[in-house]
Write a protein that binds this ligand. Structure first.
Ligand code: SF4
Ligand code: SF4
Length: 90
């Protein structure tokens, strides 16, 4: 699962930066084409590997998605790892 901020919906309120227990959401530093400073993600792979899953009783705490007023946060399913054939030349 890959954490994604939908830049077409985000209004840069930074509420998400205040709730994540891992501080994955960090205040951004660049304007996008809509003139919004969208938060940046710091090592977002920590989210679906959360150590607190048993405490939550589910895989994600979901605090960021709950607090986002614009439903701009979601998780994309990623393709499972596929083995690749490689040619090794000596
Ligand atoms: S679901 Fe929880 S741990 Fe994952 S990014 Fe959102 S607030 Fe952070
Ligand atoms: S809470 Fe939602 S709208 Fe606000 S900065 Fe985070 S992603 Fe953007």
């Amino acid at each position: 699962m890959k954490l994604v901020i939908d830049e077409s919906r985000c209004k840069g309120c930074n509420l998400c930066t205040m709730v994540c227990p891992y501080h994955i959401f960090q205040e951004g530093d660049r304007l996008n084409e809509r003139g919004i400073i969208v938060p940046r993600l710091d090592r977002p792979e920590r989210c679906p590997n959360c150590r607190l899953q048993k405490l939550y009783g589910r895989r994600l705490c979901g605090a960021c998605a709950l607090i986002c007023p614009d439903q701009a946060i979601h998780w994309d399913e990623e393709k499972p790892y596929e083995a690749q054939k490689v040619v090794i030349e000596y």
